[in-house]
Write a protein that binds this ligand. Structure first.
Ligand code: CUA
Length: 328
């Protein structure tokens, strides 16, 4: 961290300069109009001041041309800000193919993260430099907000649904991680750090300290959850329940005829509220797993269900041959 004054916090992601450019535009625009308006006030106050006593002003009843000009020009300016901001927003939530997917479950008052290879950490987030990272998060209690100023990234994390945000770090270093949504007594202490490492260092870090053993990957943990909950007792019978292999990202036809993408939120909802969406051709017999499974276990389960079906015994019954993009 630089100790000298700087206008912006350190910029350490590909996204940061783009946000700074918009911010700089807003600052310069504001500065321009502030100066212009104050000079105009001063100029008109001097030029049109009352010189002889009892001088009367001319009565003016509006000027359409003037009205149009001072409506259209500001409209154009705010449209530039709107479009520019919207493009940046969409870029921020879009994650490129092949992004490293790290899951996070914040709770009062800590940040818990898990890497695809299974490594967990609290209040620290290790990521490799130069590789897009997609954070997939849900809260265990109230609304939190994932905020890394150096990346210009801020995303609210809500309970009962998945929020995601992407970034690509450009500089190794340690950066602040804040919770940016008031979440109770110790909100201000819900802070941590993001450690950006060279890819080789990240791999070494993932491999862990000697003797600790290799942790199970998210998908392997998910397979355990799958077995513990005995999901296969119904889902291996194609007459009772739809097949689940490689489900994440697939198109699913519902009883009412609608086709939805089996994204993370869909799978989560199917576990917690199974009757919300019934797959075509099946009876609503699935019980809810609300209260029986933690958010982390659901994420692991989804990771397991994202695996391609080639390891599984039965081919996925719902495959439509097309591969829709993975949603959140
Ligand atoms: Cu979590 Cu504020």
């Amino acid at each position: 961290m630089k100790s000298s004054f700087s206008f912006f916090p350190e910029a350490a992601s590909t996204f940061a300069p783009q946000v700074d450019a918009l911010y700089m535009f807003l600052v310069l625009l504001t500065l321009f109009f502030t100066v212009a308006i104050y000079f105009a006030v001063l100029f008109f106050a001097l030029k049109y001041r009352r010189t002889p006593e009892n001088q009367q002003g001319v009565h003016i009843h509006g000027n359409n041309l003037l009205e149009i000009i001072w409506s259209v020009i500001p409209l154009g300016i705010v449209m530039i800000i709107f479009v520019w901001g919207a493009v940046l927003f969409l870029r921020g939530i879009h994650s490129p193919e092949g992004a490293l997917e790290i899951t996070g479950v914040p709770k009062q008052w800590m940040w818990k993260f898990q890497h695809p290879q299974g490594k967990r950490e609290i209040n620290q987030l290790h990521v490799p430099v130069g590789k897009p990272v997609k954070m997939i998060m849900t809260s265990e209690d109230v609304i939190h907000s994932f905020y890394v100023p150096a990346f210009r990234v801020k995303q609210d994390v809500l309970p009962n649904r998945y929020s995601s945000v992407s970034f690509e770090p450009t500089k190794p270093g340690t950066y602040h991680l804040f919770c940016a949504e008031y979440c109770g007594t110790s909100h201000s202490q819900m802070i941590g750090s993001v450690v950006v490492m060279e890819p080789a260092d990240y791999q070494a870090w993932l491999a862990g300290t000697a003797g600790a053993g290799t942790p199970l990957s998210q998908a392997e943990l998910g397979q355990k959850v799958f077995q513990q909950l005995n999901c296969q007792s119904c889902h291996s019978d194609p007459l009772r329940a739809p097949a689940l292999e490689g489900l994440l990202g697939k198109a699913v036809e519902l009883e009412e005829g609608r086709i939805v993408t089996a994204d993370r939120n869909y799978i989560r909802e199917s576990l917690m509220n199974p009757n919300a969406k019934i797959v075509r051709g099946f009876q609503p017999i699935m019980p809810t797993y609300s209260g029986q499974i933690t958010e982390e276990e659901i994420m692991q389960l989804i990771s397991y269900l994202s695996q391609s079906p080639n390891q599984a015994e039965t081919p996925a019954a719902q495959s439509t041959g097309q591969a829709p993009p993975k949603g959140v």
